[in-house]
Design a protein around this ligand. Structure first.
Ligand SMILES: [Fe+2]
Length: 160
């Protein structure tokens, strides 16, 4: 890798793949929870994720490249770990906690990735791209806050 644009493109393609994986994961988690308020959070973020994918496509456009997905092994790893817990056949309350934890881990990854991409775009003088990536970053931060609020509300004693 010989320049910043190559790194930026690689990271962008990684997130473009990650967001598509996350779209499916959010669908699945919204469906499998019995708690309507939790399902609603996942559904809302699923819709936000579609908007994030649109913004990434606009960034590719500003770069003069067509959107391309570079397999995001980190997100695939987080999804695989979540599958492992599900194979342990958790009861519905434990599954809610497991879903929230998986989603929080994903948000931390996305916040780091978008924070970096936002800065790189700025360094490269791509103001519009930086603004779009910054919007994705803010949505991820908001989502992390909502997930943290959700996990505060869990009645862990009733789970045990
Ligand atoms: Fe996202």
């Amino acid at each position: 890798m010989d320049n910043m644009e190559a790194m930026f493109t690689h990271e962008l393609e990684d997130m473009y793949s990650a967001e598509h994986e996350i779209l499916d994961a959010l669908d699945e988690m919204a469906e499998e929870t019995e708690d309507e308020s939790i399902a609603e959070v996942f559904r809302e973020h699923r819709n936000e994720t579609e908007g994030q994918i649109d913004r990434l496509e606009q960034v590719f456009d500003e770069l003069g490249r067509s959107p391309n997905q570079e397999e995001c092994e980190a997100i695939e790893g987080l999804i695989a770990e979540h599958e492992e817990i599900k194979q342990m056949d958790p009861n519905p309350k434990v599954l809610n906690v497991a879903n929230t934890v998986s989603a929080e881990k994903t948000e931390h990854y996305e916040i780091a990735a978008y924070g970096n991409l936002t800065k790189l775009a700025q360094q490269m003088g791509m103001d519009e791209a930086s603004d779009l990536l910054g919007q994705n970053l803010e949505e991820e931060k908001r989502m992390l806050g909502r997930l943290e609020d959700l996990s505060e509300e869990y009645d862990y004693e009733s789970i045990a």
